[in-house]
Write a protein that binds this ligand. Structure first.
Ligand SMILES: [Fe+2]
Ligand SMILES: [Fe+2]
Length: 250
């Protein structure tokens, strides 16, 4: 068993990487909720016009995705008979809602408007609700991986300092979300045969591949404004998927 130590706001949180422990993740989420420093955003955010419009368009979509109430995820978590895991899921949803609030603040600072629905969010939400907790998490992980990669590109390539710092903080949260869900999946899939896990992998991979291609087509203007080629973004997403899949299913 190995552990990673995260220095967060002067505090050290140890997170076991291989074995899922609800109580350890609860400590992580509680600590992150109480102590994480969120960089301040100015009321008005300056970006070049050719970057501002496509970034607003992409952030509007992410803002909807981050603002869900997690009702189905909470319902499935309640059926897991692990009250501590339920608390983790509550805090996870609260953390995602914090991201939604930050993105809303950014959109407003960029003189953009919030949108109330987008087809990609409806599609993901309905796919996730189809079967149960595992399906919910496999589909959720697809959105988490693509989101983490997009926020990382924003953190690396935007020229506005406040936006860079804010996206860097969000990326750190998302990295731990991937770890949280992947290690949970590893535990949940533990009793499945090697063949069953291979089949799940191929189904998950096909879904991820398709989602990634659709995402890149829909967000090509923002990727171009951020000076990232579709191929480079696709490679980054696939690399992150491979990592999460190895953690979840091997
Ligand atoms: Fe998020
Ligand atoms: Fe997340």
């Amino acid at each position: 068993m190995t552990s990673q130590q995260l220095v967060d706001n002067g505090r050290i949180t140890a997170v076991e990487r291989s074995i899922f422990s609800s109580s350890q993740w609860l400590s992580y989420f509680e600590n992150n909720w109480k102590n994480k420093a969120r960089p301040a955003l100015p009321e008005k955010i300056a970006l070049a016009d050719n970057v501002r419009q496509p970034i607003i368009r992409s952030l509007q979509r992410f803002q909807i995705g981050e603002s869900g109430d997690g009702a189905y995820l909470k319902k499935f978590a309640a059926a897991s008979n692990d009250p501590i895991y339920e608390q983790c899921i509550d805090l996870f949803v609260k953390e995602e809602n914090t991201h939604a609030a930050i993105l809303a603040q950014m959109i407003s600072g960029l003189d953009g408007q919030l949108i109330t629905w987008h087809w990609s969010n409806l599609l993901f939400t309905n796919l996730r609700r189809m079967v149960g907790l595992k399906t919910e998490l496999f589909v959720l992980l697809i959105a988490e991986i693509i989101g983490k990669c997009f926020y990382k590109v924003c953190a690396d390539n935007l020229e506005n300092r406040a936006m860079k710092d804010t996206f860097t903080a969000i990326v750190m949260d998302e990295i731990f979300h991937l770890e949280f869900h992947s290690t949970f999946m590893r535990k949940a899939m533990h009793n499945y045969s090697h063949t069953a896990r291979r089949l799940v992998y191929f189904g998950w991979y096909a879904l991820f591949f398709g989602a990634c291609v659709v995402f890149i087509a829909d967000h090509r203007a923002a990727l171009k404004a951020l000076k990232v080629t579709p191929t480079a973004f696709f490679k980054d997403c696939m690399g992150t998927f491979d990592h999460a899949a190895a953690k979840s299913l091997l």
